[in-house]
Design a protein. Structure first.
Length: 295
């Protein structure tokens, strides 16, 4: 793997680390299996791309993408909480609808951003190559968002969110509005995923209606890998685990796809992902077997 490919893997790792934190909210904190991610990721890219082409400030365009993702998450939560549609089915319905919504927003299947000013444009001029500037901005954003995420999760609102996922009945007895808290959590999660989609579109120079395929798998892979290598009940360790899992995942995938001896191609990405997630989930079992043998 060349140095440029290594930088590219780190760049994608920063973006999908945000997806991992978002998936952590729904799947681990709220126990709310949410597949809206595959629709909200390209939604963020579509909104940001349309705004950038229209001459909107890149920061405002990225913020608009976050807001669109929040709305998508709230639709999923509304279908589940108001109409009692199973969360998996509610998220699939929203994800399916978002494909058409994204096409409506963009007006076509993809939009090129190569000649548009993005959130990375200023920083890229400070470095000798664009990749370093993009990585610097992504790293700084990821650091700030991760710190804010940890601070939120240990705050009173974050504790209410965690209590809602752990024991809804007890939470209601303590005066917590579990429906409002769940809607807030699902909305925040999809807002972060749409933010990642907006950053992805700006870093890669295009927005495509199909770029969200497999987003939820990427997020789950990062969360699971992080839990395997950094098992803990402390929130800051869980956050670091999500970040580490995202980077490990992207680096392993990049190495596998660029290793000529393995004979893998770009089309084998889903195969590599499935194998990596399966292996990560096998590790705790293998550890348990070794402990039994040792006794």
């Amino acid at each position: 793997m060349s140095f440029i490919e290594f930088l590219g893997a780190l760049e994608l790792g920063c973006i999908f680390a945000l997806v991992a934190l978002a998936v952590f909210i729904t799947f681990r904190v709220l126990d709310f299996p949410d597949l809206t991610a595959d629709g909200s990721f390209p939604l963020g890219g579509a909104v940001a791309a349309v705004c950038l082409v229209a001459g909107v400030n890149p920061i405002l365009a990225t913020a608009a993408a976050f807001g669109a993702g929040v709305l998508a998450g709230l639709v999923t939560a509304w279908l589940n909480l108001r109409w009692k549609i199973l969360h998996l089915l509610a998220s699939i319905l929203t994800m399916t609808a978002l494909y058409s919504v994204n096409l409506r927003i963009m007006g076509k299947s993809n939009i090129a951003l190569l000649d548009e000013k993005t959130i990375f444009t200023f920083a890229q001029g400070l470095f000798t190559d664009e990749a370093s500037g993009t990585l610097a901005v992504l790293g700084a954003l990821l650091g700030v968002i991760s710190l804010l995420f940890w601070r939120f999760m240990v705050s009173q609102k974050g504790l209410a969110l965690r209590a809602t996922g752990a024991n809804p009945r007890m939470s209601r007895a303590q005066g917590i509005s579990t429906q409002a808290t769940t809607a807030f959590g699902v909305g925040l999660s999809n807002g972060m995923i749409a933010l990642a989609g907006a950053l992805f579109a700006q870093s890669q120079g295009f927005a495509d209606v199909t770029m969200g395929v497999g987003t939820i798998i990427f997020g789950l892979a990062a969360v699971i890998i992080g839990e395997v290598f950094l098992p803990s009940r402390r929130m800051w360790v869980m956050v670091v685990g999500c970040l580490a899992g995202a980077f490990i995942y992207r680096l392993v995938v990049a190495f596998a796809l660029n290793a000529s001896d393995l004979g893998l191609q770009t089309s084998d990405l889903n195969l590599v992902t499935a194998a990596l997630v399966a292996f990560a989930m096998m590790i705790p079992k293998l550890r348990g077997q070794k402990n039994v043998i040792g006794r």
